[in-house]
Design a protein around this ligand. Structure first.
Ligand SMILES: C[S@@+](CC[C@H](N)C(=O)[O-])C[C@H]1O[C@@H](n2cnc3c(N)ncnc32)[C@H](O)[C@@H]1O
Length: 249
């Protein structure tokens, strides 16, 4: 019989931590390879699956191993209320680049230009999954697969493509960069193959990103307000794309 704790330690350095039942549920739903999954109360986890995720119940039944609470607590940075955790194989960069390079896109790519806040990046990945976008690309130093980003994304990294690139490596396609100085988004239709770029929380769009921009686009906002939060800006823009013809799958 395999020892889940030993497997965990063998894989932890390179794998993606799925922290809690919902992250594991999402990752399985979207095809993640999950070599090890543990629960403090296996029966309770499967009851949750019966209630909330019958589509992955059998997979969870085959995957989940019950461990003592102390053993579980030693595997995760802080215990999750569901006391479920798993490790997933991180998709290869080659696969991510190939997905982003496809030119006949039916949904935009979201670019976060030098984001700083891990929670924002996670929230954007969750939005991207919900709207069925092709991928989320970050530029700069933030790792979009950082455990805090994965936690914020609720395991939905596996529902889209997530990569870090330089501005020069961004996918082809008309680049619409969001900035309060741009043209009002309400008069525009965003094409399905758009690259939608958003600036950093502190300093907005970088000079390099601005140079690659085809259209500067603004979200409606009263003049006394300086800017919206990054993730809410992405939400409004994706909603606009969907409401003007782009459709989540
Ligand atoms: C918190 S804002 C950046 C604020 C920053 N101090 C600046 O100088 O732009 C983060 C990003 O959200 C987007 N954003 C925020 N409010 C916006 C608005 N009213 N119109 C278009 N984009 C907006 C932009 O892409 C912006 O770079």
């Amino acid at each position: 019989m395999t020892d889940p704790v030993r497997d965990w330690h063998r894989l932890a350095d390179t794998a993606v931590l799925l922290d809690g039942f919902h992250a594991l549920k999402h990752a399985l739903r979207f095809g993640a390879e999950v070599p090890v999954a543990v629960a403090v109360d296996r029966r309770a986890a499967l009851a949750l699956a019966d209630e909330l995720a019958p589509d992955v119940r059998d997979t969870l039944d085959a995957l989940l191993t019950e461990v003592e609470r102390d053993a579980y607590a030693a595997l995760v940075p802080r215990p999750h209320p569901t006391a479920v955790a798993a490790l997933a194989v991180r998709p290869s960069r080659a696969a991510g680049l190939a997905a982003l390079a496809r030119t006949s896109r039916s949904a935009p790519v979201v670019v976060l230009d030098q984001p700083r806040n891990l929670g924002n990046a996670g929230a954007v990945i969750r939005l991207a999954a919900g709207f069925g976008v092709t991928g989320v690309v970050t530029t700069g130093t933030l790792d979009p697969w950082h455990p805090t980003v994965v936690r914020g994304g609720a395991g939905l990294h596996f529902a889209t493509t997530v990569e870090r690139l330089t501005v020069a490596e961004l996918p082809e396609g008309p680049l619409f960069a969001l900035d309060p100085e741009g043209e009002d988004i309400r008069g525009l239709k965003l094409p399905d193959d758009a690259v939608l770029a958003f600036g950093s929380e502190r300093s907005g769009l970088s000079a390099e990103l601005r140079e690659r921009t085809d259209h500067l686009v603004a979200l409606p906002m009263r003049p006394q307000v300086s800017s919206y939060n990054l993730a809410t800006s992405v939400a409004m823009t994706l909603y606009h794309w969907s409401a003007t013809g782009g459709a989540p799958a």
